[in-house]
Design a protein around this ligand. Structure first.
Ligand code: UDX
Length: 484
């Protein structure tokens, strides 16, 4: 009897930036004929379905399942409560996951046994479950490889006295991260390092999760060799089987285009969100001059204070540029009165939306720059579209991503830790005028490399082929690395 296709269970951390990239991986696997069970916490699943009623359409090999995160329905899942969320995922969700995987792996009534699990790099408790059940486990770290490598070096930074530090001299160089000695400063380290106690619960959690990665069979990263080759070499010294298969949104698009069967009509890889997309901004963009609009978005969770947002808004308006701004309902913590001059200028040359189809916006010919919080998905999406950035990082990997954007890849300007209206205005003018030519040139070069990497024969394309081969070989016999 013919063997059933491999069956992969994918389990992301319940944040949009994580779910987005892991769903793109799920779609890629399904296109290759692999069965995928995509496991969301019930809270994330309901938010998702509410904003994407067509989510299930056009994805025949994909089954969505939900699992409790252990919190009450009405409890907050905002970043301020992450400690509670982590605790309950570990104490409540872990045994539920074990029971699910020990049964049908989330496909009730199916005889598909689970070939392997792909779990978010923040949910490494799943490694214990996988080991117990003898199921190979792949870790998918959705944030940037440069942040992952920095966390990997966290214990060495502590041993060398470079961390923790007082926040008085943030420009002091950090020498203890191999490959980054020439440009890394304290202020560029991921925000978790901005603590004065090594015992801080958040930093300990992320350092432990990073160390745990080496216990998994393999590591998957959303990047490509041409931008992250040197960092990947360092990572591979510790995690030898590391697949670099990004940029995932572009990879998925490339495989869909290449696919002999035309993509299903309801299948919309770019419109995955927790909020309802406002596509009217695309019509607005159609009416704007070529390369005239600055796109502004701070991702799915970052929130500014009311004062910061107003200062920012003044800077944008004073720059005289046209702009499209994603103003999520929760993007600001306590907003006062909006001055009349800001409202008038926004009516005149701006457009505010609650949520935009970002990948499509970045590909629009009217867009010439992206003022971003430097989330990893946004960074890759901007780089792939050849749109230079201004970076205003908020937290997590964003501070190091923005350093790489300016210093290493030279595809934007890093505005971190400064948010006064004069700086914002000056940065926008540099991006749109002063440094435009050089930035556009280097961004176009990297966009081309990104495109090649996900095209047939490119590095990410081939790395994904290897991932498929390894998953199929687990399905048909012993695991390639000896069933570690
Ligand atoms: C978070 C972290 O900030 C990020 O650094 C980490 O790597 C993953 O988790 P988030 O803050 O949401 O993610 O940012 P980002 O990684 O950029 O993801 C945002 C996603 O939402 C992108 O895929 C972007 O295309 C999408 N988006 C954002 C929209 O589709 N529309 C919008 O209006 C805004």
């Amino acid at each position: 009897m013919e063997k059933a296709p491999p069956h992969v269970v994918i389990f992301p951390f319940p944040l949009l930036g994580h779910i987005n990239s892991m769903l793109r991986l799920a779609d890629l696997l399904c296109l290759a004929g692999i069965h995928v069970t995509f496991l969301n916490t019930d809270h994330a699943h309901h938010r998702f379905l509410r904003s994407n009623p067509n989510l299930l359409a056009g994805r025949p090999g994909l089954l969505f399942r939900k699992i409790s995160d252990g919190l009450q329905v009405d409890e907050s899942r905002r970043p301020a409560r992450f400690t509670d969320l982590f605790f309950s995922l570990r104490s409540v969700t872990k045994p539920l996951l074990r029971a699910m995987l020990a049964g049908s792996g989330g496909r009730p009534g199916s005889d598909d046994t689970v070939t392997c699990i792909v779990v978010d790099g923040l949910l490494t408790f799943a490694i214990d479950v996988a080991d117990e059940l003898g199921i190979p486990i792949f870790i998918f770290r959705t944030a940037s490889p440069c942040s992952f490598w920095t966390f990997f070096c966290g214990p060495a930074l502590a041993a060398g006295g470079e961390f923790p530090f007082e926040e008085d001299n943030m420009d002091r160089p950090i020498r203890g991260v191999p490959g980054m000695e020439a440009f890394l400063r304290r202020r560029d380290l991921p925000s978790f390092f901005r603590v004065n106690q090594l015992s801080d619960v958040h930093v300990q959690r992320i350092l432990t999760a990073t160390k745990d990665t080496t216990r998994a069979s393999c590591l998957i990263l959303n990047t490509f060799e041409d931008i992250d080759g040197p960092i990947l070499s360092h990572i591979r010294a510790h995690c030898p089987t590391t697949y670099a298969i990004g940029p995932l949104h572009a990879h998925l698009q490339s495989r869909l285009t290449e696919s002999n069967d035309s993509p299903p009509t309801d299948f919309t890889p770019s419109s995955i969100s927790f909020l309802t997309e406002d596509r009217s901004c695309m019509t607005w963009l159609d009416s704007q001059p070529h390369k005239s609009v600055l796109y502004i978005s701070f991702g799915s969770i970052a929130a500014a204070t009311g004062d910061q947002l107003l200062e920012f808004w003044h800077g944008v308006v004073n720059s005289q540029t046209r702009f499209l701004w994603v103003m999520r309902p929760d993007v600001v913590d306590g907003m006062g009165q909006i001055p009349a001059e800001l409202r008038e200028a926004t009516d005149e040359r701006g457009r505010l939306v609650g949520w935009a189809p970002q990948v499509d916006v970045l590909a629009h010919t009217a867009v010439s720059g992206f003022l971003t919080h430097s989330g990893w998905n946004s960074t890759l999406e901007s780089v792939s579209a050849g749109v230079p950035m201004i970076c205003w990082p908020f937290f997590a990997d964003q501070h190091i991503n923005s350093r790489f954007v300016e210093e290493v890849w030279k595809v934007g300007l890093d505005m971190k830790d400064r948010c006064d209206r004069r700086t914002v205005e000056m940065m926008i003018r540099e991006l749109m005028e002063g440094k435009r030519e050089e930035l556009v040139k280097s961004t176009a070069r990297i966009a081309d490399l990104a495109k090649r990497s996900v095209s047939q024969g490119g590095s990410s394309y081939m790395s994904f082929e290897k991932l498929l081969e390894d998953i199929r070989s687990i399905n048909s016999g012993p695991h390639p690395d000896g069933g570690k």
